[in-house]
Design a protein around this ligand. Structure first.
Ligand SMILES: *Cc1c(COP(=O)(O)O)cnc(C)c1O
Length: 342
């Protein structure tokens, strides 16, 4: 079978051989009893990398965000999220459906952030007509803002505003390590202003599944109870955690390669007649673009015929670089696009 160049998402990454070996060799126990040494080691490592007291392995980013929000707020509470955020758009309404949380979408600025005045204006005053505002959720990198990395200063500014109103701050850091690599900074510096952070192991970091949530001891205690309730209490989960440990040790620095490939792809695409894209906006591993004719199913089909998969919605298409995409692949993709749009 002809090899596909799959740019739909960085979730399609397959665990490298050395990661599989680490999974095979992991020391195991029952994690619901807290007795899996590999899970405990991953949780400690993640907490340390992100500058928090404790960590918790969860099954997915959606479960991590949900367990976090439910630990910070309860039924009838008001939670501020971005109108373009993953939590608001792509988690099947979980926080409302399962948690009874009332999500209010604030309009994300183009870079994925919020202004201080926006946050302040959205906080409900104590009043029987109003749901009490408890949490601000932010996202880094911001997927729908073109994978924009949000710097420590902007994160701090948003978090300080939220804290001044007594809110908790949850950071959906599914791709936080991409942001850290883009800025050449420690992920802990980007996580510092948030009370809780969720990070995906199964995207650019290459694990077959899993996310970690970090925060203080009390928060993680609550999140552990919610994880159990959500069906995420896993037993010999060290097989998953071993992949996570390998990823934190070996897969973070290489994200720079994905960013370089995305940058080169973006500059190449911008040269092709018919493609609408600002390559300077591409800072991490995600590219969104349009075409002058609009994104058609037809374009996706023509690319697929040439062995290239992309993610497309009605008006926008997305390409994501990852461990399975080489620099040589980028040349092939550019060639295929030029042909498909001719
Ligand atoms: C992928 C992603 C998640 C979590 O997705 P899962 O598929 O549930 O792991 C959360 N937030 C953002 C921004 C994401 O890109």
């Amino acid at each position: 079978m002809k090899r596909l160049i799959d740019l739909r998402s960085d979730t399609v990454t397959l665990p490298p051989d050395a990661m599989r070996r680490a999974m095979h060799e992991a020391e195991l126990g029952d994690d619901v009893y807290g007795e899996d040494p590999t899970v405990n080691a991953l949780q400690e490592k993640a907490a340390e990398r992100l500058g928090k007291q404790a960590g918790l392995l969860v099954t997915s980013g959606t479960q991590g965000n949900l367990a976090s929000l439910l630990s910070h707020a309860g039924r009838g509470d008001h939670v501020l999220v971005g109108h373009q955020s993953h939590i608001f758009k792509y988690e099947a309404g979980a926080a409302s459906v399962l948690g009874g949380l009332f999500l209010e979408p604030l309009t994300n600025r183009e870079d994925g952030t919020f202004g201080e005045e926006q946050i302040t204006a959205a906080v409900n005053p104590p009043d029987v007509h109003r749901a009490p505002t408890r949490v601000l959720a932010i996202e880094n990198t911001h997927n729908l803002a073109g994978g924009a990395p949000v710097d420590a200063k902007a994160t701090k500014r948003m978090a300080e505003t939220a804290h001044a109103h007594g809110l908790k701050v949850h950071l959906d850091g599914a791709r936080l390590f991409n942001a850290a690599v883009a800025f050449g900074t420690e992920a802990a510096a980007l996580a510092e202003p948030a009370d809780s952070v969720s990070v995906c192991l199964s995207k650019g970091l290459g694990c077959p599944l899993g996310s970690v949530v970090v925060g203080d001891d009390d928060f993680i205690g609550e999140a552990r109870r919610w994880r159990k309730m959500l069906g995420g209490g896993m037993r010999q989960a060290g097989v998953v955690a071993a992949a996570g440990i390998y990823a934190l040790d070996h897969m973070v620095d290489r994200l720079a390669e994905d960013h370089e490939n995305a940058r080169r792809l973006a500059y190449g695409l911008a040269e092709i007649q018919g493609i609408v894209l600002d390559p300077e906006a591409v800072r991490t591993n995600i590219i969104y673009f349009q075409t002058e004719q609009g994104i058609s199913l037809d374009l996706a089909k023509r690319l697929e015929k040439r062995g290239i998969l992309m993610d497309s919605e009605k008006t926008l298409a997305r390409l994501v670089t990852h461990d399975g995409i080489s620099s040589a692949d980028i040349d092939l993709v550019l060639l295929a696009f030029a042909e498909a749009l001719r």
